[in-house]
Design a protein around this ligand. Structure first.
Ligand SMILES: [Zn+2]
Length: 447
């Protein structure tokens, strides 16, 4: 019981992995910046940044009812820390900070955790342009004793000290310290879309998670947010090469994006199809293969319900309060009709996608499922969520990190998308022809 560490974080631990992860992280940033697309960018670009502060090491020390997190940084930073309930977390907001850290550093393996630890894990990453965030997950309510930068022996560091408290004082602190508009902390709204080019249909690809919301993690530090962004970029490239559709990504960098923001970006871009990409984990390592999800009020099965619950947690993972669903328009007959038609088209696309994946991908034994995914709830945009596979399955994982597999799977997905739009255009032409034919037929009818 007394494996009282420092847990985790010294440079001595898993040095190779640390270096690799740091390198990969650096690469993601290096690639992400220049190609960041208009649609994923904030309206107001910050001035050309001075070198952002970097966090270069992190460690946590815990003793009964106490926890102390230390981030070694390249300069002092000014943190804003506040508690968020349900589940209990401490959020630490920072100016833009480059986390040159093993992303796994905040998830010590079970055997290294103490039974009565106050902190179970912590995450970090970008929240919005110019803003970063650390989210500390708690086993039980805690009070912020200290959250500040200090410099000792020329070494700046950010120190967060926590002590166990109780539910009542946690709630009081949360109310007192909560930023005025926590949801405004998310990414700024995207700029209006470019005007339609030659009437080509618009596809919006939504790489799940990002920034401080890392999504699922594989056994060797593989991260869902990175895997799905790479896939989304590969798919975008295929679609652009074909040149028959317009395509945009909800995010094209490693930044957090709230769920309703993703839908808003799709709507602003004039999306006629919305495809959200994920690669989750499930408890059972035997569950494997790609799964295509559509939205439904009642989950098709227990696994689908579990996945939807995880995905819908994304906003909270970044320390945002979930927004209550806008039910304002429900009951409106046009709204209901549009939504019914949208969901029918979502299912049509889901079937097409599964058919194409059968040829190259590796499908789940029950690849067509549905549940209450928040990100699929646009009433007027056919929306589908593709789980590429499960990071909890060794076989899926080996595919998910393979560039060859990614190319083939992206190709099949691109073909399915084009097939779907072909069919819709054909349908539209038929409907037009029928509408045009009817009055003439009426007029020509003999008396
Ligand atoms: Zn996910």
């Amino acid at each position: 019981m007394d494996d009282r560490r420092p847990t985790g974080a010294g440079p001595s631990r898993a040095h190779g992995r640390f270096a690799r992860a740091a390198l990969a992280f650096g690469l993601v940033l290096a690639v992400a910046q220049p190609v960041a697309q208009a649609v994923a960018q904030a309206a107001t670009e910050p001035a050309p940044p001075a070198e952002p502060v970097a966090a270069v090491a992190a460690r946590i020390e815990q003793q009964k009812d106490r926890a102390r997190l230390v981030f070694e940084t390249t300069a002092e930073v000014r943190p804003a820390a506040f508690p968020v309930a349900d589940p209990y977390r401490i959020v630490v907001d920072l100016p833009e900070t480059a986390f040159r850290l093993d992303p796994e550093i905040g998830r010590p393996p079970k055997e290294k955790r103490g039974a009565d630890d106050l902190v179970t894990s912590f995450r970090f990453g970008q929240l919005a342009p110019g803003r970063s965030r650390i989210v500390i997950d708690l086993a039980r309510p805690a009070k912020i004793m200290r959250a500040e930068s200090e410099t000792t022996l020329d070494k700046p560091r950010l120190v967060v000290e926590l002590a166990a408290s109780d539910a009542t004082s946690f709630a009081a602190e949360a109310a007192r310290l909560a930023p005025a508009a926590p949801r405004a902390a998310a990414a700024e709204p995207a700029p209006a879309p470019a005007p339609a080019q030659g009437g080509k249909p618009m596809l919006v690809i939504d790489p799940g998670h990002g920034g401080v919301d890392v999504g699922a993690a594989g056994p060797h530090g593989e991260q869902e947010k990175t895997i799905v962004l790479e896939f989304a970029r590969a798919l975008q490239a295929k679609i652009e090469t074909q040149g028959r559709l317009r395509v945009a990504l909800t995010r094209n960098e490693d930044a957090f994006m709230a769920l309703d923001e993703r839908v808003r970006v799709a709507r602003q871009a004039g999306a006629e199809l919305f495809l959200s990409i994920h690669a989750d984990t499930l408890g059972e390592a035997s569950v494997e293969g790609a799964t295509v999800y559509t939205v439904s009020a009642r989950a098709s099965d227990a696994e689908a319900a579990k996945i939807a619950e995880k995905e819908n947690f994304a906003d909270r993972a970044a320390g945002l309060e979930p927004k209550s669903e806008d039910a304002g328009e429900v009951g409106d007959i046009l709204y209901d009709l549009t939504r019914r038609e949208t969901r029918a088209y979502s299912r049509v696309f889901a079937r097409t996608l599964i058919a194409y994946w059968r040829t190259v991908g590796h499908l789940n034994k029950n690849p067509s499922r549905s549940a209450g995914f928040v990100v699929l709830k646009a009433f007027d945009i056919p929306s589908v969520l593709l789980e590429l596979g499960y990071l909890s399955s060794a076989r899926d994982l080996s595919r998910l990190v393979s560039p060859e597999w990614r190319e083939r799977a992206a190709e099949a997905t691109a073909q399915a998308i084009e097939r779907y739009f072909d069919e819709r255009q054909e349908q539209a032409r038929e409907q037009q022809a029928q509408a045009g034919a009817t009055p003439q037929a009426m007029a020509a009818r003999p008396q």
